[in-house]
Design a protein around this ligand. Structure first.
Ligand SMILES: Cc1ncc(COP(=O)(O)O)c(C=O)c1O
Length: 448
């Protein structure tokens, strides 16, 4: 029985050299699509099967295929970067899409009332959040909403403030909106990332117009507590800064932690100074379906963002999203438990087998942010630079890991101040894949 690495490698070699999307799509016929005749079945014990590897290679997916294209020599084996899940999706999504595909007309869609209704229900049931459909704007991603907000609130020469390490996309959005960025780096206290409150306040200068809060925080995995959010929000309000709360990872919270949506902070003034940006795309792995939303309890703030926002929704994306909200709860709860156990597996693996790698306990999201500083130091920055010549030590180390273990991670330098020496790894895979990935990295590091 070949391992997933062999399968992926062989498949990759078959498609190696394809440079275009069309080339990648051509390999679909021989891979995942043929292997998926029906929606994900339940096992006899009532559980969904997240252990069986669902091979995504050859579907032009960003996580596996885009990474493979960067290393045409065939050294790439494991795509552990991009934040998507490797699991087969919830069966209710496949069923709803199949049913809609049986109606053969694809004219303009008429409205999103049913979608709004499901968003309101999900947020009420899961997070005890009281939303009103009038407070919601449907979007085709978190990006378009946040970029619109940056355009609406930040004048020429103005900046957004980011608590870092933070999602690299915030810098991409800032570039798209033509606004500057300022980082406020977190500190690690007792093994947890904490806000450096003095630094955060010092960075709230008059040219800063927005504070970006990411909850749960990508890539550190922090799930912010209500009092932490309140303190961030109060500081922002005192300095005339509007809060944008990115809650795309809202549902992916580990056992023992609880999400507080920013809009649920018990201080209406602070809540009225914020907008929240949410999607169910991380929950159900539907980023390719292009569906998200934002809301505010303050109609004036919402109206200003709406002036700069235009969404182009896709019929299938809406069908899939409504189905997930309506019928996907059980699948997600099982997937979330599985991912929680993946985090626990990694914590134990690093402790027992990778003494030079520092693990910080994750509270939410399916990312983990590992500190490889001592491995990077022992290989040597100069040596890494001579070998790969990229912009940062972390980017060089990204190449080093691919060439020495086949594993592709995201370089910490993408995530702002505090990302030095770190690499981001996506844990949303079958555990056998994670085991292979960590065995490969551990033995490469031992040889270094
Ligand atoms: C914190 C965060 N915000 C936004 C996004 C991207 O959102 P979208 O694909 O809906 O534009 C991601 C994707 O990984 C993310 O992690």
């Amino acid at each position: 029985m070949p391992s997933i690495a062999d399968l992926n490698r062989r498949n990759f070699l078959k498609t190696a050299g394809f440079a275009t999307v069309a080339g990648a799509t051509a390999s679909l016929t021989s891979t995942a699509v043929n292997a998926a005749p029906s929606a994900m079945p339940k096992l006899a014990n009532g559980k969904y099967d997240f252990d069986t590897v669902y091979n995504r290679v050859g579907t032009n997916c960003a996580r596996w295929d885009s990474a493979a294209r960067r290393y045409p020599e065939g050294v790439f084996k494991y795509g552990m970067g991009v934040a998507s899940q490797d699991f087969e999706c919830a069966p209710c999504i496949t069923d709803a899409l199949a049913e809609r595909v049986n109606h053969h007309n694809w004219g303009y869609m008429g409205g999103t009332d049913d979608l709004k209704e499901e968003i309101v229900k999900w947020n009420g049931n899961r997070n005890n959040l009281d939303l009103n459909p009038d407070e919601l704007t449907i979007s085709d991603g978190v990006y378009p909403g946040m970029i619109a907000a940056m355009r609406a609130f930040v004048p020429a020469g103005g900046k957004i403030l980011i608590i870092t390490p933070a999602y690299s996309g915030f810098y991409t959005m800032a570039r798209a909106a033509n606004v500057g960025t300022v980082d406020s780096q977190m500190v690690i206290k007792n093994g947890r990332y904490e806000v450096d409150w003095d630094d955060l306040e010092a960075k709230m200068t008059p040219d800063v117009r927005l504070l970006i809060v990411c909850n749960p925080q990508n890539p550190t995995g922090n799930v912010w507590k209500s009092d932490e959010l309140h303190r961030m929000g109060r500081l922002a309000l005192d300095h005339n800064i509007v809060v944008l709360s990115d809650e795309i990872h809202a549902d992916v919270v580990r056992k023992g932690h609880k999400l507080t949506p920013f809009a649920a902070i018990p201080d209406q003034e602070v809540v009225n100074n914020s907008l929240s940006f949410v999607a169910i795309s991380k929950t159900f792995n539907m980023a390719g379906m292009k569906n998200a939303y934002f809301y505010s309890k303050n109609p004036m703030l919402l109206g200003r963002v709406n002036q700069y926002h235009w969404a182009d929704l896709n019929t299938l994306g809406v069908v899939a999203t409504v189905a997930a909200y309506q019928h996907g709860g059980e699948w997600f709860d099982q997937a979330n438990s599985y991912m929680d156990e993946n985090h626990t597996f990694i914590e134990g693996y690093v402790r027992d087998n990778m003494p030079n790698v520092v693990y910080t306990r994750n509270e939410g999201t399916y990312m983990t942010f590992l500190d490889f500083s001592s491995t990077i130091a022992s290989i040597g920055n100069e040596e890494l630079d001579n070998l790969y010549g990229r912009n940062t030590p972390e980017e060089n180390f990204q190449d080093w890991l691919v060439y020495n273990s086949g594993t592709y991670l995201n370089p910490g330098s993408n995530y702002g101040a505090g990302g030095e020496g770190h690499m981001r790894l996506n844990i949303a895979s079958s555990r056998s894949v994670l085991k292979e990935v960590f065995d490969a990295m551990a033995s490469a590091i031992k040889r270094a």
